[in-house]
Design a binder for this molecule. Structure first.
Ligand SMILES: [Zn+2]
Ligand SMILES: [Zn+2]
Length: 131
């Protein structure tokens, strides 16, 4: 017996798997292009909606690096990013979460600190070698 919503949950699972397989921190458009190769009838709106649901469920995180669009990351444990200001590539940084910084800020903030993000900006090696 097929449950109602099977198609929707299949689409959501596919979107999640696409994100799981990449370290590129892609945009919704990129995810859409990937999913479409296997599910030709999926719409960009469906991809957006499912990305929001997956974010709300805490299975993925939505990132904003001030580019005017969102990027998505299936790695939800705390980690930091390096963003190339030339090509826009986003890389995960292999550094442990800075608990001392967190504690210091927590003591400074007039309120409750629930988490923090840290983004580094610069130029990646590929872009450096081109200039
Ligand atoms: Zn670059
Ligand atoms: Zn990441």
């Amino acid at each position: 017996m097929q449950a109602i919503g099977t198609k929707r949950s299949r689409q959501r699972e596919k979107i999640y798997q696409v994100l799981k397989k990449t370290v590129a921190h892609p945009t919704a458009e990129w995810v859409y292009e990937q999913v479409r190769t296997q599910m030709p009838r999926v719409s960009l709106g469906t991809v957006y909606r499912n990305l929001h649901i997956l974010t709300a469920q805490g299975k993925i995180q939505e990132l904003d690096f001030g580019e005017g669009l969102h990027r998505y990351d299936a790695t939800v444990n705390q980690h930091y990013h390096f963003v190339c200001e030339h090509c826009g590539i986003v890389m995960d940084l292999d550094v442990p979460p800075q608990q001392d910084l967190h504690d210091r800020v927590r003591d400074l903030v007039p309120g409750k600190v629930t988490g923090h993000r840290l983004d580094f900006f610069g130029v990646c090696t590929a872009c450096l070698s081109k200039s």
